[in-house]
Design a protein around this ligand. Structure first.
Ligand code: MN
Length: 232
């Protein structure tokens, strides 16, 4: 058998302290997983179970790279997030053993065309073009659990051109990582290579051409993203 067209490249993440790379299968994202952010988006954080959307795996962007300002929007937003990498798959994973499925953690930036998202919400349309566009998933080096341990608390922050925009703590997650894995694995079978962007704290805001956006999570270092000019 040969491929009819050249096989698309396998999306992957670099790993801290290793020349190996982590192959990425799917990217899931949790919506409104910090109470103050849920409120700034006009929702009540006390009512609902977690909800999910996704990004294509080839939307990943490496640390230090430049993201071209995406077409179709006048309001590109940053969202600082903890990213979980799944090493052992499963369905209906119990909360109690959920963390055993985590291979490692990374820093992510869930780039969002906020104007398109707001328009989609208003008329009940899908979020794909607001969330899953090209270059929408900057994600840093993966820290293996074997060296970093599990991240249940620690500062998460985001700055733009040195100005602090988002500042919170992982302990403020409404649904902690274990709960997210349990819920998500009830809806879909998780597999090795899946990433989960776990949601952003309050303080989301716009990025413009020339901005330098830095996300920092205690224990994981920094993720830097440059915003470039519009794609031709
Ligand atoms: Mn998000």
């Amino acid at each position: 058998m040969t491929w009819a067209i050249p096989c698309p490249p396998q999306p992957s993440l670099p790993i801290v302290g290793s020349d190996d790379r982590f192959p990425v299968r799917r990217i899931y994202c949790v919506g409104q997983n910090y109470a103050a952010h849920a409120r700034e988006m006009g929702s009540n954080p006390d009512q609902d179970p977690p909800f999910f959307f996704s990004k294509p795996a080839d939307a990943l962007v490496a640390d230090g790279a430049t993201v071209p300002y995406p077409p179709g929007t006048d309001n590109l937003h940053h969202e600082a997030e903890l990213v979980v990498a799944i090493g052992i798959g499963g369905a209906n994973i119990p909360v109690e053993t959920a963390l055993d499925h985590v291979w490692g953690y990374a820093i992510g930036n869930d780039l969002t065309r906020r104007d398109l998202q707001a328009a989609a919400k208003k008329v009940g349309r899908p979020w794909d073009m607001a969330k899953g566009f090209d270059h929408s998933a900057p994600c840093g080096q993966l820290h293996p659990v074997s060296t970093s341990g599990h991240l249940t608390a620690g500062a998460i922050s985001l700055s733009v051109n040195g100005d602090l925009r988002q500042s919170s703590d992982l302990s403020d997650l409404i649904w902690p990582v274990a709960d997210v894995i349990a819920y998500l694995s009830f809806m879909v079978v998780l597999a090795p290579g899946d990433l989960i962007f776990t949601g952003t704290p309050e303080g989301v805001g716009p990025l413009v051409q020339g901005d330098v956006c830095v996300v920092e999570i205690e224990g994981l270092g920094q993720l830097t993203t440059h915003i470039g000019s519009a794609t031709a």
